[in-house]
Design a protein. Structure first.
Length: 295
């Protein structure tokens, strides 16, 4: 093993035969110090994310128009349940598509491709886009059970994406706006959609209960979704909980508007209000230490 003291001459130049350490790529350094260095695999991954986000937009447009089969809205209303949100609720898909496409465009830029947060979230997001397109194709063909399996898989992939991102600090508002917010809104809405989809699948398969039993189960489903979201508000990172919470509250509020069961409507309205209130409390508590630290 060579003596590190004799690796360089008095002028700092390497001696003959001395080992010179290889330069390593720098990733996610604070702003102003260095830019991340992308590789060919980063380019492939970021391109896959962009294509997957485009695919889900195209599938969403075709599915909504009925070009793939029956329009998604008509298929959902074919088996109405106490958990089916009003049609206005589904406008959130437009926000999700725009936000995730903006994420995909940003992460494919040369200065972004090699960053750790894109490496951690890229392939799961690409899979999420494919799963979403697959869900639309299945649902428009009234393949309810298969579609429900796919949307649960989509929820799992989005949860994995969020978990990976939670380990990497955001570097400014752009990361929060173009990465964390799209992923968390997407996850929150898919959670609610999976719950509503389970009720639709049960109805399509002839397994849905009726009368008071259906009302009780629907109210319990809303309460369970609310409890899961409250856990996220309490345990999740402040920069990520807002998008998730508001997406779930949006879905529950429109369930409360559309459901014919008064008990489910009351539970849904209260649940949406509780979620928004809990979110505001969490954000206020997070802001106070930050304000105190700032002086």
């Amino acid at each position: 093993m060579s003596d590190p003291v004799r690796q360089h001459d008095p002028r700092g130049r390497p001696l003959a035969g001395a080992r010179v350490p290889e330069k390593t790529a720098v990733h996610d350094h604070p702003r102003g110090l260095s830019r991340p260095v992308g590789t060919r695999s980063d380019l492939v991954r970021s391109g896959a994310v962009l294509l997957a986000m485009l695919l889900q937009i195209v599938a969403g447009a075709l599915g909504g128009s009925g070009a793939l089969g029956e329009p998604v809205g008509e298929v959902a209303r074919a088996y109405p349940t106490l958990l089916l949100p009003a049609g206005t609720a589904f406008l959130i898909w437009s926000l999700i598509y725009v936000a995730t496409f903006a994420l995909a465009v940003r992460q494919v830029l040369p200065a972004q491709r090699g960053r750790d947060l894109h490496r951690a979230s890229g392939w799961p997001l690409a899979v999420a886009g494919l799963l979403n397109a697959g869900w639309i194709a299945l649902f428009t063909q009234r393949q309810y059970l298969a579609a429900e399996v796919v949307i649960v898989a989509l929820l799992a992939v989005l949860a994995l994406t969020w978990t990976r991102l939670s380990r990497i600090p955001a570097q400014g508002w752009a990361d929060r706006l173009f990465v964390y917010t799209p992923v968390t809104i997407y996850t929150g809405w898919v959670l609610a959609a999976a719950v509503a989809g389970a009720a639709t699948t049960a109805a399509a398969e002839g397994l849905a209960p009726s009368g008071q039993v259906a009302t009780v189960l629907a109210a319990l489903a809303v309460a369970a979704t609310t409890a899961a979201t409250l856990w996220v508000i309490l345990r999740g990172q402040a920069r990520a909980v807002a998008g998730f919470t508001l997406a779930v509250a949006w879905a529950i509020a429109w369930i409360a508007v559309a459901t014919p069961a008064a008990a489910v409507s009351v539970v849904g309205g209260l649940a949406a209000a509780v979620l928004v209130g809990a979110l505001l409390v969490r954000l206020a508590r997070t802001a106070r230490p930050a304000a105190a630290a700032a002086g």
